[in-house]
Design a binder for this molecule. Structure first.
Ligand SMILES: [Zn+2]
Ligand SMILES: [Zn+2]
Length: 426
């Protein structure tokens, strides 16, 4: 950067924006419609069981300021797709808890009783997801001037940390089953204090027993409940993942992985029931150890990544590549205009500039972009012209769904760099 003149016109004092009038940032929320609370002027009933239900018709907006009401709104959701799919997952966990309790008791299945405890503890993750997802969609406020997208990251961290603890629990549990295969505790009441299953510590028992003390026989019909749970949870995984991708939300992505993990643990319960019916009880702990290892691996990666993002690490290289492409396109347009441009009066695209540095700070599933533009000293660019370029660049970069905000600063340089120069860092 030897061509850079020592004159830095901005970024002089990041804590005081008023001291650098040329440094402005834009933190418009990506989807303003989601940041508002809607009151619909038409009436219809909302079904929480249809995650893809969408509204049309007239509605009025009111901009909420943080208050106990907004906390309640964050928990209840505002009828958007992300909230609906999370509420649907929550409802499925409530339903599965009840069904597993009933079937576990009715068919003498300890696996199902343990699974009921697990489904009940899953409600915690659903509430965290609902809260963080809705908070992350708020427009910037006085308390959070650069927006709420880190709530998405916080939710991702919490949900994936719950999964880490859960998968370790499954591992320890399965290991203890494996070492206790020949012995069988025969009182089914032993399994009732199994809540929450996800946090199961070291205890020794076998899951399914052919006959308990009261003479109750494990009914193979218990397998249907486990199978239903596998299907429901796999379905929840798919729709939550889809909505998470479309809404660009990492907390939804993490909760989707949890649904997949629930499908897998339900599958283990299915193995346990079928295995003990068929006289191969070892299927249960072996499956459990496999699932535990897989989940521990996936949830550890998510935990690691969300921790980094929470600590303002760089965003995904993919996002930076997209922004770099946009900037290069704009520069090419600018150079082409220069060649064919009208000599009289500079148009905004005729103003020469280059990119001196580009940073992307990860936030939620996207990034906050900071870039530094260079203007040639000899061009004597006015503040007005520089701001025209800034507006044009912000408009184009903000069009990227994964970009939450763009911050632009200017420097004067002796010589503009070649077209390919978009430095990844200072
Ligand atoms: Zn158990
Ligand atoms: Zn779970």
């Amino acid at each position: 950067m030897s061509t850079t003149s020592a004159l830095r016109q901005s970024h002089s004092d990041p804590s005081d924006p008023s001291s650098s009038p040329r440094d402005t940032s834009s933190t418009e929320p990506k989807k303003p419609a989601k940041a508002h609370s809607h009151s619909h002027s038409h009436d219809h009933s909302h079904s929480s069981f249809n995650p893809f239900h969408s509204h049309s018709g007239g509605h009025s907006h009111s901009h909420a300021t943080p208050s106990p009401d907004s906390l309640r709104a964050a928990l209840m959701g505002k009828g958007d797709r992300g909230s609906r799919v999370t509420l649907l997952g929550l409802a499925s966990n409530v339903g599965l808890t009840g069904l597993k309790l009933f079937s576990g008791w009715r068919y003498n299945s300890a696996s199902l009783l343990a699974e009921a405890g697990h489904s009940a503890s899953d409600l915690l993750g659903d509430f965290v997801t609902l809260f963080c997802y809705n908070m992350s969609r708020q427009p910037p406020s006085k308390m959070f001037p650069v927006g709420f997208s880190k709530f998405d990251t916080l939710g991702m961290l919490t949900v994936s940390a719950i999964l880490v603890v859960g998968s370790i629990g499954i591992g320890i549990h399965s290991y203890s089953l494996l070492t206790n295969i020949p012995f069988s505790e025969s009182n089914i009441l032993h399994y009732l204090p199994h809540l929450p299953h996800a946090l199961a510590g070291h205890h020794s028992h076998t899951h399914e027993i052919a006959l308990d003390e009261s003479g109750g026989l494990l009914d193979p019909n218990a397998a249907w409940t486990a199978l239903l749970s596998v299907v429901v949870k796999e379905w929840m995984y798919r729709i939550t993942k889809k909505v998470g991708e479309e809404e660009n939300s990492s907390v939804l992505a993490a909760n989707a992985l949890h649904h997949r993990s629930d499908a897998l643990t339900s599958f283990i319960a299915l193995l346990s029931i079928l295995g003990s019916t068929a006289g191969v009880p070892i299927l249960d702990p072996l499956g459990g150890i496999l699932v535990s290892t897989m989940l521990l691996y996936q949830s550890s990666i998510l935990t690691y990544r969300s921790t980094l993002t929470l600590l303002d690490s760089s965003c995904d290289e993919e996002v930076l590549d997209d922004v770099r492409t946009i900037l290069q396109d704009l520069r090419e347009e600018q150079l082409n205009n220069q060649e064919t441009g009208t000599p009289s009066g500079r148009q905004k695209k005729d103003i020469r500039w280059d990119v001196r540095s580009l940073k992307g700070i990860g936030s939620g599933a996207g990034a906050r972009i900071e870039l530094e533009l260079g203007f040639s000293k000899s061009d004597a660019i006015s503040l007005k012209e520089a701001q025209q370029v800034e507006r044009m660049i912000k408009e184009r970069v903000m069009a990227e769904q994964s970009v939450h905000s763009v911050r632009v600063s200017f420097i004067e340089v002796d010589e503009l760099s070649s077209i390919d120069f978009v430095a990844p860092l200072n």
